[in-house]
Design a protein around this ligand. Structure first.
Ligand code: SF4
Ligand code: SF4
Length: 210
């Protein structure tokens, strides 16, 4: 290719549709199932959803979650039930954002936002504590100084799929279903995966495996 051909291609591209954007000035919408930094959700009455069961830590392939449960104080329970997450830490120097912790959690306490713009100059900052992970009183993620949150980002939760029944609902037995995330408010189920369609599918007779 001669240099004139090169100029021609360059000039053509200058006036054509751009395939790049001006990130980081503008952020592109993330895909539905994008996995970002985690949050620990609460119920609408303020109680924490985490019951300190350690299933998330047990399933994590990167071994980056540390949980220690404790008995709920009878007079001032932190979560419904017997136990709560007394210590909860995620080490983001190791997390691979596989979402297995989210799938394992029986109470939907841990979910992921879509925020990936967080970097640290101090290794200690990479270890998120429970105080940093628990959503605020409005159910939104706390915005830490080294994170790049833009207006509306907190509404973008990771749409996630779980292989077990959400909240133990028998209607979802054996079905993959989407769940609202109360910590953020209830998110609409993904198209084609409403509770109604899943219930209908569950009720339909299953074909025998050949
Ligand atoms: S997303 Fe995966 S690697 Fe990260 S904390 Fe959860 S289970 Fe561990
Ligand atoms: S986040 Fe979920 S799986 Fe992890 S300890 Fe809390 S309740 Fe158990």
């Amino acid at each position: 290719m001669g240099y004139l051909d090169g100029f021609r291609i360059t000039l053509k591209q200058m006036w054509g549709d751009r395939v790049t954007n001006v990130y980081p000035d503008e952020k592109r919408p993330k895909p539905d199932r994008f996995h970002g930094r985690h949050v620990l959700n609460r119920y609408e009455d303020g109680m924490e959803k985490c019951i300190g069961c350690e299933l998330c830590a047990g399933v994590c392939p990167a071994r980056c979650i540390y949980v220690r449960g404790a008995d709920n104080p009878p007079d001032e329970p932190v979560s419904p039930g017997e136990r709560f997450g007394f210590v909860y830490e995620i080490n983001y120097l190791r997390c691979i954002h596989c979402d297995l912790c989210v799938e394992a959690c029986p109470t939907e306490a841990i979910t992921e936002s879509k925020l990936f713009e967080f970097s640290f100059t101090d290794r200690q900052d990479a270890i998120y504590t429970k105080a940093e992970l628990v959503v605020d009183d409005d159910g939104n993620p706390q915005k830490l100084p080294w994170e790049d949150w833009r207006p509306g980002d907190e509404q973008h939760t990771s749409a996630w799929v779980r292989a077990t029944a959400p909240s133990g609902s028998a209607a979802y037995e054996g079905r993959v279903g989407w769940s609202g995330e109360l910590g953020f408010g209830v998110r609409a189920p993904e198209k084609g995966q409403t509770a109604e369609t899943d219930r209908a599918a569950s009720a339909a007779p299953r074909k025998a495996k050949s």
